[in-house]
Design a protein. Structure first.
Length: 271
């Protein structure tokens, strides 16, 4: 796709945001975080012919110029590849992300830095509301692709999403959506994803600002939010891969103490 091409109409669009970004920036040099973003974006350059990528602070958007089945294949592949690369990277920092692949009206003028449209707004709300680390298809994107399938378009790539009741922060009920099914191509990929998730949680605790000396997990709202997000994500991995049950360890409520004591109790001094 041409870099200066203006998009004005229906397209596929994926939106991602990084959880705990402000704490991350305070914990790592800005230049270091910036360079890691660039490394991740390089990994999806193979999709440049169809997809465009932009990032603003803690938000990333991928979009196509149309809503063809081929464009869906490309942005699905780019988005899944990007999410996987950020999740399972071997070096610090890891990037816990929420994302949504949507379809709808979008206007993009890269030359003048103008980006807006219903597709972006809806993808933003769908992603930001999730109370876990994950990537989903919106209801609109699901209906659009199922319509293509009903007309004869088939894709095994669609199996990389699994129907699941996704946890949301401000909704009493979960939303039944198609969620990305983690896969890395190696025989032990469920264990690799589980280990990566554990590393991200450790880093999330490290990045927390100091709290009161005697505060514990039950009263520390920041700690509680972290536990909820990561346990929700663990539950999804266990739903997909029951064999991971052996990886589950019993968590004990530990004193917060400015999160320093908790970090020590979780064996995080090495980070």
């Amino acid at each position: 796709m041409e870099n200066n091409k203006i998009i004005d109409g229906n397209c596929w669009l994926a939106y991602f945001d990084i959880l705990g970004f402000s704490n991350m920036v305070e914990s790592f040099p800005v230049e270091f975080v910036r360079d890691k973003f660039k490394e991740a974006l390089k990994e999806v350059e193979q999709f440049n012919a169809i997809c465009r990528f932009k990032f603003f602070s803690d938000s990333f958007i991928f979009y196509t110029e149309n809503v063809s089945p081929y464009s869906f294949q490309c942005i699905r592949g780019a988005s899944a590849f990007f999410f996987r690369a950020m999740f399972t990277r071997k070096k610090l920092p890891h990037f816990p992300m929420r994302g949504c692949l949507n379809v709808g009206k979008f206007y993009a003028d890269e030359e003048n830095g103008i980006f807006f449209g219903r597709a972006l707004i809806d993808a933003y709300h769908c992603a930001e509301g999730q109370n876990w680390i994950g990537f989903v298809l919106s209801d609109e994107a699901r209906r659009k692709f199922e319509d293509y399938e009903s007309k004869g378009f088939k894709s095994s790539k669609y199996s990389s999403f699994h129907e699941y009741d996704v946890p949301y922060k401000k909704e009493a009920k979960r939303r039944n959506l198609l969620a990305y099914r983690p896969y890395s191509g190696s025989p032990n990929y469920p264990e690799r994803w589980w280990e990566a998730l554990s590393n991200m949680r450790n880093e999330a605790f490290l990045a927390l600002p100091d709290e009161k000396e005697n505060e514990n997990i039950d009263t520390c709202s920041k700690c509680k939010r972290i536990f909820t997000k990561y346990r929700n994500t663990e539950n999804y991995l266990l739903f997909l891969y029951p064999s991971l049950q052996s990886e589950v360890r019993i968590e004990q409520d530990e004193p917060c103490a400015g999160c320093r004591k908790k970090k020590g109790n979780y064996g995080l001094e090495k980070y």
